[in-house]
Structure formats: structure tokens, C-alpha cells
Design a protein around this ligand. Structure first.
Ligand code: DHE
Length: 521
């Protein structure tokens, strides 16, 4: 009783504080300039609308000077107009500074916001179950074109586009397929999850699951999609049928410290999702098996009750506590182990998902991009090969002893690496180096670079993906006036070149749904 009566003593000052904080943004002339010129497209609270969100987290990849140039000159191929005739250089600079300033109050994105954003274009089961085209539905590629925020569905036999369609702004992470390959799910940095029906060439549902999202994963049984967010600090489980939100999991440690989610993955053989966390040294496993029980019960926020409750119900969280932060993962083919790069930049850690703890350290000093790691058999032993973001080497690790077998010297640091069961070669780029135009081909049996390709001298070449039979390799010329270049994977001869707008990743339906060892999962 006494507690309840005195609660107002705490609530009223808190309310006054939040009201003050909320109005601080709106009071300044800058905020007025934002409201007059930007809010109609980018949202009053900078959360995005027709245009992208303009919050520091979402702008992390755009330099402030570039933002000023966009405000001044507009952005080609988008609806962003130039403001050079309306605003002075000083006003433009001030606006750019404003959007890089955190809002007075951290924006929230709760169930009610998600539900309001959900669009169901076609109800589950309402569209025909047969493809409206003749191409092999398992040898299709989705090619993401970052340049003008589109995706191309490509026939992987004829290398002809079937449809080119708009996507949400700035997709990131690989699009994920339903287990039968009929649907593809995209995630955008601004938090949008979109479900596209490949058979009918139509979007079927969309929802905004966060304000600043990292990536999505689809459960191996096709029932769920999970989104990992930087803002807010949540994981969001969606019904894969129409993207209805099923559970919001706040990401916090035992002491209540919250964390951004670096990425979330599907561990299909374990019937669980695995989340990498940026700010707490834990890895989370979230079973989607109906029989799953909480392994380490924690606290979750129940939005209906407005309070923290003991964890129960579906998607319980198993916390694996570590002695360092791991935010980029690679899994072995059985998903019994995950290999993560430690934040200290010196080593990697092997975590056994069976026993739930670190079992080995790995020598990984060049800031490996483990998300692009691939495996193959080398002299009867499974090996993991990963590019490094800071060093021009491909590190090859024996997956039985977790010892480095070789560091293969390359022309410079790269981002992506690919192979296929039917080819003796692995393809790697050097996109973060002066040799960004080069693609190096590594013999998987000799662990040596045997060929260097320069598909468009002076232009960035990156991200290879193979056809389902491994006979052709498709590479991006990662530029605004870019292209998709198709190579014969045995002779390295160019077979075809399709112009595209800054094509980034490309994803072959068969290789993805069969979890080929040569591609990302
Ligand atoms: Fe990515 C995948 C993290 C910057 C293009 N990127 C991933 C994944 C992670 C990751 C954890 C695996 C998740 C998945 O596929 O679902 N990426 C990061 C970063 O932390 C980093 C370095 C900084 C950031 O701002 O996020 C980063 N990534 C980039 C880029 O600058 C790239 C080149 C251009 C872009 O799109 O922003 C880029 N990342 C990609 C692509 C994939 C990806 C194309 C999917 C690769 C695949 O083949 O599966």
C-alpha cells in the first residue's frame, strides 16, 4: 500500500524528465528545419518513412561529408531531391550534424509499432503453388543490387533475368530461402523484413521488426523468421507465413546490461537459432523446437503485462557465457561447433554447442570475416578457410585439431569467399585493398593461388556464387555501372556479362537450401 502511494514521488519527476527530453529535440531551429524539409519522408522522429531512418546508428556507414553532399545534390535514382536552392551550405552542414546527433530519447520499437507496420499483400495460401515461369526453380539466383535498391531473379541455366523488383532501402546480410526454395526473405538495415513469393513473383508480406537491424534467419523447418537488432536491443521472432510477430526477446545479461545483436543464424540440425551479441560476452541459443524447455531461465519483458517476468513459453534462451565478445561466427557443417573471432583481434574461439562452453582457441590474427568462411576436405580432413578484413591472407584451419594449416597470401584483404562441392577451386576477393579489381582462385588441394582474374580493371570485383552444379561462377562488379559476370568455373573463361547497379551478394536457391559447404548459410 505504502509503496503504491509513494510511487508517484518517483513517477512524476520521471515523467517530467521524459517530457523535457522529448521536447528538447523539437524546440531548436534545427529541429524545425528538419521538420520542414526532411520529416515528411524520413519521419518526424527520424525513424524513416518513404526515405531511410536518419539516426546515428542507421547512418553509421555514411560519412558526414557524404550526407552533406546528398542533402545538397540529392541522390540519383531515388526520390531524395537536392536542397541546394533552399538551404545555405551552413544550414546543410547543420542539418547533417543534427541527423548524426542521438535523439534526446532513445527511440523505442515495440509490438504495437511492428503490428502497425505489417503489410500483408497476399494472405498465406492465396497464391498458386506453381512457378509462373519455366526455369528450374532450384537453379535460380537472387542477386541484390544495392545501387538502386533492387533485386534480380535470375535463371541459373540461361543466365537471363526473370524479374527485377524493388527492395527496401539498404538490404544487408544474405536473403534467406524457405526450405523448399519457394519464398525468399530479405532484411534491411532499417529493420524491414520482406517475404517474396518466387513462384508468383510477388511480395506477400512485410514488417518492420526494428529500427536498425543486422540480419535475419529462417528456421530449418520453415516456420519462423528471426531478426537481430542493434536498435532496440532485441531479437524478434516472426511467423514465417505472414511475418506476424510472435515474440520479442530483449537482449540483456543477468545484471540487466543490454546488448546489440551482431547477427543471428539458423542452426537447422539443432532446431535452434544462434545469436551473436555485440556488448555482452555471451552466445545465445534459442530453440524453436516445440518441446524446448528453458536451459537457463532468464527474465523477459512481457509487453502485455508491462513488466519483467520469468522466462517461459516458446523460444527459451540458453545463454552460453564466454570470456570474450564474439560477434562474427562460422559453424561446422553439423552445427556442433561455432568458431567466433574474439574482440582482442588476436585469436578465435571454438565453442561447443553441445557442452555450452569454449573448447579451443584458434590462431586468427587478421580480423577474419568468419561469416564468409567455407569448408572442404583437405587430405581427408575437414578444413575451414576464412578471408581476413585486415590482412591479405586466407587462413586455413584443420577442424579436428583447430590448428592453422596455412595462411595463403593474397593480393589484399577481402570480404567474401566461395566454392562448391563440384569444383577443386575456391574464389576469393581483395575488395578492401588497392587490388580490389582482382579475384584469386585457390586450388583446394594445393592450398595455393593458381589464377588471378581481373574482370573489369580498376573496378571492384567481389562475391562469387556457383550454379547448383558448380559449373559456373557468378561474380559482381561492385560498382554503380556494375555487372554480373558469369565464368566457366573450370576454364575461367567469361561466358556472359549482365549490366547491373552495384550488384552485391547473389544467392543460389539449391546451394542455400542444401547448405552447400562452399557457400554461406
Ligand atoms: Fe556484411 C553478411 C556483418 C559490412 C555486405 N555481414 C554479413 C553477416 C554479418 C555481417 C554478421 C552474416 C549475416 C547474414 O548473412 O545473414 N557486415 C557486417 C559487419 O559487421 C560490417 C563489417 C559492418 C557493418 O556496417 O555492418 C559489414 N557487409 C558490410 C559491407 O560494407 C557490405 C560489403 C556492403 C553492405 O551491404 O553494406 C556487406 N554482408 C554483406 C553481404 C552479406 C553480408 C552481401 C551476405 C553474404 C553472403 O553471401 O551470405
Amino acid at each position: 500500500m505504502t509503496m503504491k502511494r509513494h510511487a508517484w514521488l518517483f513517477i512524476i519527476p520521471a515523467l517530467l524528465f521524459f517530457l523535457q527530453a522529448a521536447t528538447a529535440d523539437e524546440a531548436t531551429p534545427l529541429a524545425k528545419s528538419y521538420a520542414d524539409h526532411c520529416a515528411s519522408c524520413h519521419g518526424a522522429a527520424r525513424l524513416g518513412g518513404m526515405g531511410p531512418a536518419l539516426l546515428p546508428e542507421n547512418l553509421g556507414r555514411l560519412k558526414r561529408e557524404e550526407a552533406q553532399a546528398v542533402i545538397k545534390d540529392g541522390r540519383a535514382l531515388t526520390q531524395m531531391p537536392p536542397f541546394r536552392d533552399k538551404l545555405s551550405d551552413a544550414q546543410i552542414k547543420a542539418l547533417a550534424d543534427f541527423i548524426y546527433t542521438p535523439p534526446a530519447q532513445t527511440p523505442i520499437w515495440e509490438l504495437v509499432d511492428m503490428r502497425a507496420s505489417q503489410v500483408i499483400h497476399h494472405k498465406p495460401g492465396s497464391l498458386p503453388d506453381k512457378p509462373v515461369f519455366k526455369a528450374d526453380p532450384l537453379n535460380l539466383f537472387i542477386v541484390v543490387e544495392l545501387g538502386d535498391h533492387h533485386a534480380t531473379l535470375l535463371d541459373g541455366d540461361k543466365f537471363e533475368p526473370i524479374i527485377r523488383f524493388p527492395t527496401r532501402f539498404a538490404l544487408h546480410g544474405g536473403p534467406k530461402f524457405s526450405p523448399d526454395g519457394r519464398f525468399v526473405y530479405f532484411g534491411s538495415r532499417d529493420g524491414w523484413v520482406s517475404k517474396f513469393d518466387i513462384y508468383n513473383l510477388k511480395y506477400v508480406a512485410e514488417i518492420r521488426a526494428g529500427i536498425n537491424m543486422r540480419n535475419i534467419a529462417v528456421s530449418g523447418d520453415g516456420r519462423f523468421v528471426i531478426a537481430g537488432n542493434y536498435l532496440p536491443h532485441t531479437l524478434v521472432v516472426l511467423d514465417a507465413a505472414d511475418l506476424t510477430p510472435l515474440k520479442i526477446i530483449p537482449v540483456r545479461d543477468d545484471a540487466g546490461k543490454s546488448s546489440r545483436v551482431s547477427a543471428v543464424y539458423d542452426a537447422a540440425p539443432r532446431k535452434s537459432f544462434i545469436a551473436a551479441l555485440k556488448d555482452i560476452p555471451e552466445v545465445w541459443e534459442i530453440p524453436y523446437d516445440d518441446k524446448a524447455e528453458p536451459v537457463y531461465p532468464g527474465l523477459v519483458h512481457d509487453y502485455r503485462l508491462g513488466e519483467a517476468i520469468a522466462e517461459k513459453g516458446p523460444f527459451p534462451v540458453r545463454r552460453i557465457r564466454l570470456d570474450d565478445y564474439l560477434d562474427d561466427f562460422f559453424f561446422d557443417q553439423s552445427y556442433e561447433h561455432l568458431i567466433g573471432a574474439a574482440r582482442n583481434g588476436k585469436n578465435g574461439q571454438v565453442v561447443s554447442l553441445i557442452v555450452g562452453r569454449k573448447i579451443a582457441d584458434v590462431d586468427l590474427p587478421g580480423l577474419p570475416h568468419l561469416g564468409s568462411g567455407i569448408t572442404w576436405d583437405y587430405k581427408g580432413t575437414p578444413v575451414l578457410a576464412t578471408p581476413n578484413l585486415k590482412e591479405g591472407t586466407i587462413t586455413v584451419i584443420d577442424m579436428k585439431t583447430w590448428k592453422t594449416i596455412k595462411n595463403i597470401k593474397t593480393l589484399g584483404p577481402g570480404f567474401f569467399m566461395r566454392s562448391h562441392e563440384n569444383t577443386p577451386y575456391a574464389w576469393a576477393d581483395s575488395m578492401f585493398s588497392p587490388n580490389k579489381e582482382a579475384l584469386e582462385i585457390i586450388d583446394k588441394n594445393k592450398l595455393e593461388v593458381v589464377k588471378t582474374l581481373r574482370p573489369s580493371p580498376g573496378k571492384t570485383a567481389a562475391h562469387t556464387e556457383f550454379t547448383r552444379d558448380g559449373k559456373y561462377a557468378l561474380v559482381s562488379i561492385w560498382e554503380m555501372d556494375g555487372a554480373l559476370v558469369v565464368y566457366d568455373a573450370a576454364t575461367f573463361k567469361e561466358v556472359k556479362r549482365l549490366p547491373m547497379k552495384k550488384p552485391s551478394g547473389k544467392y543460389n536457391v539449391y546451394n542455400k537450401i542444401t547448405r552447400s559447404a562452399g557457400t554461406s548459410h
